[in-house]
Design a protein around this ligand. Structure first.
Ligand code: ATR
Length: 283
């Protein structure tokens, strides 16, 4: 076995990438599984993305994750984009194939769903209506996952209605677009409400959403993980709703990436989650 076959390498390309928690997670898995390998943050400017991706093979990398702002641009660079990434419109994971060609897929939807299932084993996408706030890349992954799991009614609201209409037109099925002004009422009778906007993220104002209509049994979810508890989730928790933050989505999207890169499916353990939480709280 050659050195490069034994030493497993992957990374995350972003700009900026300095604050990414992905290296902590993946390197934890190398340690836990007793494998020789490393996962590195790669600060890549948008203009350099193609050259960086093409360098993965000569560097001996199994692949990489992509984060802001590369997820869409990579679609035009890799050699094959799978149907999932095409539907979501973004690549979250690049795999280097043995011949050096690049394959792109998206595991964000899986991260969202797999985390839900681990935390709430009784969760079902068709248990009732789901309201999704926001219509960016995060929303597309969430809506895709919910539909794949059999959601029967998705109420989609976004400040810019046209973006929500775009998702509804592409995805079809159970997505109904409601006006931004109606977002508070859109929580009436739902089984789950998901924030996919940037509102509530560190440095951003809270999401402007009144929870009066949200049934107390409804699951309140956010895909933000910095902070771990957004004002929206804090308000939901205060009134008794079960909540789910965005960290689990990040943790669980890592599992299928490992399966593709290394043919191993690592576990999201309470210990890993605690370490990630500690790192996020520490700033
Ligand atoms: P991502 O790919 O991470 O989802 P994005 O494509 O920039 O990021 O999407 C950000 C989401 O947050 C969008 O739904 C955006 O609404 P618009 O489509 O109207 O821009 C939403 N968002 C950002 N700032 C917002 C604000 N001040 N109020 C409400 N929604 C906001």
């Amino acid at each position: 076995m050659t050195e490069q076959q034994r030493f497993l390498m992957a990374g995350v390309m972003g700009w900026p990438v300095m604050h990414s928690r992905s290296p902590l997670m993946h390197n934890y898995w190398f340690d836990q599984l007793g494998l020789a390998g490393t996962y590195v943050p790669l600060a890549i400017e948008p203009a350099g993305l193609e050259a960086a991706l093409r360098a993965l093979h000569p560097l001996g990398f199994a692949g990489c994750n992509l984060t802001i702002p590369h997820k869409q641009q990579a679609m035009t660079i890799v050699d094959e984009v799978d149907d999932v990434a095409k539907a979501i419109g973004a690549i979250s994971c690049v795999v280097v194939r043995p011949d050096g060609s690049l394959f792109g897929t998206n595991n964000d939807w899986f991260g969202f769903i797999d985390n839900l299932k681990q935390d709430h084993p009784d969760w079902r996408a068709d248990a009732g209506p789901v309201t999704v706030i926001g219509a960016g890349g995060g929303s597309r992954a969430v809506c895709y996952g919910l539909m794949r799991e059999g959601a029967k009614e998705i109420r989609l609201v976004n400040r810019t209605r046209a973006r929500a209409e775009g998702i509804a037109a592409e995805f079809g099925g159970p997505i109904e677009v409601l006006p931004w002004e109606d977002r508070h009422d859109a929580l009436d009778g739902v089984a789950m409400a998901v924030n996919t906007t940037s509102q509530g993220m560190v440095g951003e104002p809270p999401l402007n959403l009144k929870l009066d209509r949200l049934p107390v049994t409804a699951l309140a979810a956010d895909i933000i993980y910095i902070p771990l508890e957004t004002p929206y989730l804090a308000a939901a928790r205060a009134r008794g709703n079960p909540t789910i933050n965005g960290l689990g989505m990040l943790l669980h999207q890592g599992r299928p990436a490992w399966k593709r890169w290394f043919a191993i499916e690592p576990a999201v353990t309470p210990d890993l989650r605690e370490r990630m939480e500690r790192s996020i709280r520490g700033g």
